[in-house]
Design a protein around this ligand. Structure first.
Ligand code: SAH
Length: 228
């Protein structure tokens, strides 16, 4: 990542504030050093509106416009940890291709991009994606490919994916995602409605699919179609 941009605004959002966030994640059970390090060095204040930048290193979700939110750091860390564990087990961490649905402001995308080979990310709101594209190129991240589409259909041209991560809640795991998942791969996805959601982990082993429920979560819904 471009280090001068990474340090931008460092006064207001000092290293100490970031360390406090990392300590909080450790207290909540996040263990992987690589994940904690990515959270520590990623300038979250550059992913939200300036008026909210002073809250960037609190462990909360925050509005990013377009009725959407940046995810809570804890949940970003948790989902990333699940993906990395699965990739490490499959021995494919360095060469892993990951698909993300729900780019939003690109924070989760940026964390993942520092840890795997390539991230493909899909967002349905075109204007939001445009802003995010500019942000990610300013940050100097170049192993990410973005597109505006309805992510429920995946991205067949780049399949199979070693991991698929969804940052919006689906009523059930979309079939296309299971089809586009590599053997031994993992899907991490919030499943449920506006009342109740749980984080599910879906593994494909010997062609069979196993689903495990991890913990209750709160995400915006995975919606149909695109907004141009
Ligand atoms: N990943 C973000 C959080 C994004 S919030 C972060 O790091 O903070 C969820 C995003 O999913 C929103 O931007 C929303 O527009 C998008 N989304 C919802 N339904 C979608 C769909 N079907 N396809 C692609 N993106 C979708």
């Amino acid at each position: 990542m471009n280090s001068s941009i990474q340090q931008e605004g460092i006064g207001m959002t000092s290293l100490r504030t970031r360390e406090r966030l990392v300590q909080r994640l450790i207290d909540q059970g996040i263990q992987q050093i690589a994940v904690l390090e990515a959270i520590r060095t990623t300038p979250r204040h550059l992913f939200i509106e300036e008026a909210l930048a002073h809250r960037a290193y609190e462990d909360v979700s925050l509005p990013i416009g377009f009725d959407q939110t940046i995810s809570q750091p804890y949940i970003v860390a948790r989902m990333t940890e699940i993906v990395l564990s699965a990739l490490a087990k499959g021995g494919s961490l360095e060469k892993a291709n990951v698909l993300e649905l729900g780019t939003g402001c690109g924070y989760q995308t940026t964390i993942l991009a520092q840890l795997v080979k390539r991230v493909y990310s899909i967002e349905r709101i075109s204007a939001l994606l445009q802003k995010t594209k500019e942000r990610l190129s300013q940050l100097g991240i170049n192993n990410i490919q973005l597109k505006c589409a309805d992510g429920r259909y995946g991205w067949p041209q780049h399949a199979p994916f070693d991991a698929i991560i969804t940052t919006a809640a689906a009523p059930s795991i979309p079939k296309a995602l299971v089809e586009q998942l590599a053997e031994g791969g993992v899907i991490v996805i919030p499943v449920g409605n506006s009342q109740r959601q749980e984080l599910q982990v879906c593994r494909k082993l010997n062609g069979k699919v196993e689903v495990e429920s991890v913990e209750p979560v709160v995400f915006v819904p995975l919606l149909e179609g695109v907004v141009r």
